[in-house]
Write a protein of this length. Structure first.
Length: 241
């Protein structure tokens, strides 16, 4: 689930909060379970622990003082989570226009996107060469899996030895796999984060803004899902380097 989706879910939970008086109804039990899952998904352990205290208070009778504190405690945890998620989403990279010759700005823009990865990154560039690793992939957080998809007949000769050197040096600490799709299959330069969020680059990594300006644009959910479905097929049928 993306940060945007989680933010929306938490907001909905706040808006639909039930009274939580007496024995919980089935609907209230479902709401409580959804709250527990949403708070856990934020990764805020301190807030999750405070929520656990609020959930514990629900076990007391309706007349008990602790029971009366349960709902305010749970709602505070939800509001804490919502504020945190709004901050995350406001800071998230949505895209950038990069001027011709602004190679450092290009590196910064791509690095911000790569930094959002928690599990894996797929870099798609039919003309990929060693630079996709030495300049860009190396900026990804350690332990994040990196996959490179280039194209037969277009990928540069330097890509294969760079992949081999990377794998030899980093091994499991920076897992990497590179594959070659069939000639004519790849038409985009994409950055895919955690198998979900997708950014499109207007130029190949090896010539990014060296001669003309370009843009790094995050695709909307529908377009991204369609792109991902197509390129997942290409990846699955591609030949490992």
């Amino acid at each position: 689930m993306s940060d945007e989706d989680l933010c929306h879910q938490i907001s909905c939970l706040i808006e639909t909060a039930p009274p939580l008086r007496g024995h919980l109804t089935q609907e209230e039990q479902a709401w409580v379970a959804a709250v527990r899952a949403a708070i856990a998904a934020t990764g805020d352990h301190a807030n999750a622990n405070e929520l656990a205290n609020g959930m514990h208070m629900l076990k007391f009778t309706a007349q008990g003082a602790l029971r009366h504190q349960a709902r305010p405690t749970i709602m505070q945890c939800l509001n804490n989570a919502l504020a945190d998620m709004k901050l995350r989403t406001s800071n998230a990279t949505s895209g950038a226009f990069i001027g011709a010759g602004d190679v450092f700005n290009a590196l910064v823009a791509v690095t911000k996107v790569l930094a959002e990865a928690k599990k894996g990154i797929l870099l798609i560039d039919p003309y990929a060469d060693a630079q996709v690793l030495t300049t860009y992939a190396i900026q990804a957080p350690e332990s994040i899996r990196i996959d490179i998809l280039a194209e037969t007949g277009k990928a540069k000769a330097g890509l294969k030895p760079a992949v081999a050197a990377w794998q030899q040096q980093y091994g499991a600490t920076r897992p990497l796999e590179a594959r070659l799709a069939s000639h004519g299959q790849l038409h985009d330069r994409l950055v895919v984060i955690d198998g979900g969020a997708i950014w499109m680059l207007g130029q190949s990594f090896n010539a990014l803004v060296t001669r003309s300006p370009t843009a790094l644009v995050r695709l909307d959910a529908l377009t991204g899902s369609l792109k991902l479905a197509a390129y997942t097929e290409y990846w699955n049928s591609a030949v490992p380097i």
